[in-house]
Design a protein. Structure first.
Length: 146
C-alpha cells in the first residue's frame, strides 16, 4: 500500500465514523497536528500509535504497515492555489526576512529545526472575527564552522 492509498483509506474512515483529527489524536495519544501529518503521509508513526490509530478507525494491517514507513518528504515547488496553504507562502514572502533577522539577533546564525519541532493550531473567539493561532516550536540549530 502506498502512502497515498493509506491516506485515502484514513480519510474515508474518518468521515464515515464522523471523527475529527482532535478526536482521533486524543484516542491515539498524540498531538493532532503531528497525527494529521502522519495520516496525510508526511510523517511516520511508531508501532503502538499506528496500531491504536487503525483500531480507532477500524482499518487493517496494510494501513498500519504504511503508517510505519518513512515518507519521502517532497512537495511541488509551485505556489499552491488553495487559499489556506497559499497564505503561508504569503506570510513567508512578506515576513520571512523579518523572521530570519529576528532569529539571528536573538539566537545567532542558524535555523529553527523542523525535526525537533512541534506545532499547535488553536481557535480564539473574537467579536471582530475568530482568530487562528498557530504556534510553531522548533529547536534552534546553530550553523557550525569547520
Amino acid at each position: 500500500m502506498t502512502k497515498l492509498e493509506m491516506t485515502e483509506e484514513i480519510i474515508i474512515a474518518k468521515k464515515e465514523l464522523g471523527l475529527t483529527w482532535e478526536n482521533i489524536a486524543s484516542k491515539v495519544g498524540l498531538g493532532s497536528v503531528f497525527l494529521t501529518s502522519a495520516c496525510l503521509g508526511k510523517n511516520s508513526l511508531q508501532k503502538e500509535p499506528a496500531k491504536k490509530l487503525c483500531k480507532v478507525l477500524k482499518l487493517g494491517k496494510d494501513v498500519e504497515k504504511a503508517l510505519l514507513e518513512f515518507p519521502y518528504k517532497e512537495w511541488d515547488k509551485t505556489v499552491p492555489n488553495d487559499p489556506v496553504v497559499y497564505r503561508f507562502y504569503e506570510v513567508v514572502g512578506v515576513y520571512g526576512d523579518t523572521i530570519k533577522e529576528i532569529i539571528g539577533e536573538k539566537f545567532g546564525d542558524g535555523i529553527m529545526s523542523a525535526i525537533d519541532f512541534s506545532m499547535d493550531i488553536d481557535k480564539e473567539k473574537n467579536p471582530a472575527g475568530d482568530r487562528v493561532i498557530i504556534t510553531m516550536n522548533g529547536k534552534f540549530l546553530p550553523y557550525k564552522s569547520w
